[in-house]
Design a protein around this ligand. Structure first.
Ligand code: URA
Length: 519
């Protein structure tokens, strides 16, 4: 194995979907395993019954196997078979239901139904959208019962970010969730013994079996958590690009369509946004730093790409659930909730209701950026990197940045590993900006020794400069894929393709012009 064990239980593995082999993330020589491309040898060696036998596996089989004794079942083999052979939409829906039924279904008052919405992301570097969007939607009158994942990525997930706030409690019972929705309008909780427990088992098993990027497994994992929420509408932010789970846009589109289609077959109204993940979202990566940036966005400020995604996704949800006449109207309402402080007020209430000392929640939400930094866990040292030449920032590659931050402790290599919550990086420049040689462009927050030579080289390699004139950074949003059926009025599945750089708000005319039967 070229000096690398394929699954060592400690190393973050991801399947290289382009090369078809197994790549250890961070392994310098990108060693490939021996199993080859998904459609080669394994399709002959994996018995058909194992590869597709899961279609016969009803909820009654999957659930006890996963929960009571995962080792009893050749779970790894099953996951690998699914990774190699795929599953059809019906099988994926079955697995989704099985996972969803492993815990409690959430029950809400009838009157809440039109207002129940949620958003999920396949995971990206610097992605703190959920922290802002859940309270912003609550401020717009929605009920947002967000069950989030911890993320298998290089820099943790939404729950990890929230846990950098002292006292925050992600484990909430269905009863507590209901109370939070009554009082605040939103909550962000983790999968637990009561909430989709089988997804937790499967998630951890996928992490160590190189099956994280299986399209049907991702679909079932995401939708199982959302099926139990009893939603009126869900939007999934499907990332594509170098630092995404599915780097290739075509594959990301396939995932998006699968999510929309399987969701529809389960009675869940799902839309999917394809968004670029080549450069980090916003200017901060790392847990505490991302909470700081989320608070800036909740102040009505912060980086434009973050605000654009929050308002765009939120606007689509308000429109899809029939709470706004058009996506643009919905986006404007979300923007207003950011600008008038009502979203930040909901965030403060949510923190206090989820275990944060009310005085701390207040200080975080009303304090200056400098005060906030004092209140959140910080790293011991900071180190700046400077631009090696004059040039225009073409791109800031998220992947090398995330890999170095992972090494510094901002990500976990196996489920349950502790994180260094203060470790992270601040981008001091924006894509499209002209730089002079020697300008500081990145501030790394670290706990340990100074950056090594290879870490500095990797980080400097993340700054891509060109001779172009300065330009406006493109919108992260590329496409929106809408569910079939009334949307609110449209009768068919509708794919809205957004020209590169046109921005989410430009969807408004396309969406408003939709008529039943148009496509
Ligand atoms: N988010 C999830 O909840 N599950 C996945 O598999 C990927 C992203």
């Amino acid at each position: 194995m070229d000096g690398c064990a394929r699954v060592d239980g400690r190393t973050p593995w991801r399947t290289d979907t382009r090369g078809g082999g197994w790549v250890r993330a961070g392994c310098k020589d990108q060693c490939l395993g021996r199993l080859g491309a998904p459609n080669q040898t394994p399709t002959r060696t994996v018995p058909k019954t194992l590869a597709s036998g899961h279609s016969a596996m009803s909820a009654q089989v999957w659930t006890p196997v996963l929960l009571d004794n995962p080792l009893m079942c050749p779970l790894g083999a099953m996951l690998m078979a699914i990774r190699l052979r795929g599953m059809d939409p019906e099988e994926t829906a079955l697995l989704t239901q099985a996972l969803a039924r492993s815990g409690q279904k959430l029950e809400w008052p009838e009157a809440w139904h039109p207002h129940l919405v949620d958003k999920h992301s396949t995971g990206g570097v610097g992605d703190k959208v959920s922290l802002v969007l859940a309270p912003a939607l609550a401020a717009c009158g929605c009920k947002v019962p967000m069950i989030s994942g911890r993320g298998l990525g290089h820099t943790g997930g939404t729950l990890d970010k929230l846990e950098s706030i002292p006292g925050f409690n992600v484990v909430q019972s269905p009863e507590q969730m209901k109370l939070l929705l009554e009082q605040v309008g939103c909550c962000i909780v983790g999968q637990s013994e009561k909430l989709v427990p089988a997804d937790g088992v499967l998630y951890a098993a996928r992490d160590v079996t190189a099956t994280v990027d299986s399209l049907p497994l991702v679909t079932a994992s995401i939708l199982s958590k959302k099926v139990v929420e009893g939603l009126s509408a869900l939007i999934v932010d499907v990332k594509f690009g170098e630092a995404a789970l599915f780097p290739d846009q075509e594959q990301a589109r396939e995932l998006a369509r699968t999510l929309v289609g399987v969701g529809a077959s389960l009675g869940l109204r799902v839309a999917a946004a394809l968004t670029a993940m080549d450069s980090p979202l916003g200017r901060s990566v790392g847990h505490s730093l991302e909470v700081e940036e989320a608070l800036l966005c909740l102040d009505g400020a912060g980086p434009p790409d973050l605000r654009e995604l929050v308002t765009g996704l939120g606007g689509a949800l308000l429109w899809l659930s029939g709470q706004a006449e058009a996506q643009a109207r919905g986006a404007a309402r979300v923007a207003a909730a950011l600008d008038d402080g009502s979203a930040r007020g909901r965030f403060q209430q949510m923190l206090a209701a989820q275990g944060v000392e009310p005085a701390l929640a207040r200080a975080l939400c009303s304090g200056s950026p400098a005060r906030r930094r004092q209140l959140l866990p910080g790293a011991r040292d900071q180190e700046e990197l400077r631009a090696p030449a004059d040039g225009t920032v073409e791109r800031i590659r998220a992947l090398p940045l995330a890999l170095v931050l992972h090494e510094l402790g901002a990500g976990r290599s196996r489920a349950g590993e502790p994180l260094r919550l203060g470790v992270g990086a601040e981008l001091l420049v924006a894509v499209g900006q002209r730089l002079r040689r020697g300008t500081p462009w990145l501030r790394v927050h670290r706990d340990g020794a100074a950056l090594s030579g290879s870490q500095r080289r990797a980080l400097q390699g993340a700054l891509v400069l060109s001779d172009r004139a300065p330009f406006a950074a493109p919108s992260p949003l590329a496409e929106l894929i809408l569910p079939p059926g009334p949307a609110p009025e449209a009768a068919q599945e509708h794919h809205v393709h957004v020209a590169a750089g046109s921005g989410f708000q430009d969807l408004a005319p396309a969406l408003a012009a939709q008529t039943p039967g148009s496509s």
